[in-house]
Design a protein around this ligand. Sequence first.
Ligand code: IFM
Length: 489
Amino acid sequence: MSATTDTQSVGNEDYRDAGLQFPESFVFGSATASYQIEGAANEDGRGPSIWDTFSHTPGRVVNGDTGDVADDHYHRLEQDLDLMKSLNLQAYRFSIAWPRIQPTGRGPANQAGLDFYSKLIDGLIARGITPVATLYHWDLPQALEDEGGWTNRETALAFEEYARIVGEAFGDRIAVWTTLNEPWCSAYLGYASGAHAPGRTEPLASLKAVHHLNLAHGLALQALRAVVSNDPQFSVTLNLHALRGEGPTGPEAVRRIDALANRAFTGPMLHGAYPADLLEDTKTLTDWSFVHEGDLENIHQKIDILGVNYYSTTLVRVWSGEGERESADGHKAVGASPWPCADDIEFLPQPGPYTEMGWNIEPSGLEELLLAVHAEFPDQPLMVTENGVAFDDVVTTDAGGAADGAPAVHDDDRIDYLRRHLTAAHRVLEAGVDLRGYFVWSLMDNFEWGYGYSKRFGIVRVDYDTLERLPKDSAHWYAELAATNRIPA
Ligand code: IFM
């Protein structure tokens, strides 16, 4: 597929509409992930994950931060559920920590782990909030990584067993199941650039990981479908890249990166085949013989919703070979490239404004991306499963707070970001795309992977000394949106 359009075709107006009404059936929620918020890393039988190992390795995470405590969500579950209710969230997208369910990635379920998620799911339902569960948001049991992790086909088979266990446990209550979150990150940041756990820098390993993640997705879908007893929807979430090309070599560079970033996943999942040009582009590294007979049939399963995560655009061209090669692809700079067989592709800096992550703010990119996905898969319902922004929030105690002198975060910049991206989402709906919902990333500030706690994406602030939660102005704004399905003033 191509997630690419001519930038001129959509334009780049300011996207700052208020009062736009979304259909009643459109779902507004927020998203988090287990390792980023739960803490309680060594409690109730949870086994170590690759992120425990990685974050405890000196030099891997900014400030040496770890997810040991994170937002302490594990112990503050009821309070956080009440917080979600107070923000009128219609749905909550969370992830299940595989090592809480199977501490070594295999074998019988850990009852305490099941109990925690059961309480979470029941608490959501009791508050009228729809549970949207992701099976894998990057916290692979360390024991499986010790056997090769996602480079090992056995990990996909273990994932199928894990899916069956959680499907049997929660398959009467989950409304939307998502197999994987952003397998691009798991494969390429985990095994090629080393910016994410397990921190390996082996280009070939990253392509094996791509395939085994795809296989895990397909096997897990089949396992879930076989055991659930309600009538849920099944999905996967991809961080599809909204690619733009620069100059005469732009189209070729876009094609190359589109193959690695996007079509390496949508190809097998939605078309039942790896793209021919991807195989050709990577042939110096592999003949893809790790794709076994029957794998593509297993991967190519119907999904009810394709989740799309969007934050910014990516600008590329083929490097002329002269001067310094630009590599501003928005990912934490560590020694290696996340892009196998693409050393000749340049990732160019883009015009601002920028977020605290250094990512460019470009709502038209969301519109372009969703339109492009729809053009390629016109019958596929879509959902924005993540969109949001890190800014350097400031806590004030001015008269603008809930009460005079009460602490507040006046994050107008975040409200502006959300408004602009919601305007883009609304335009996509008006263009006839079957877009089902929008999940803001994130409910609360949390462990931002290699950046530790230095980047704040939450609509709720977390004070990391006291672990107190403080809804930012954007949370109040979002609560009004979720109550009315209308973009507030
Ligand atoms: O925090 C992450 C999340 O875990 C996956 N998607 C992108 C977010 C912001 O970087």
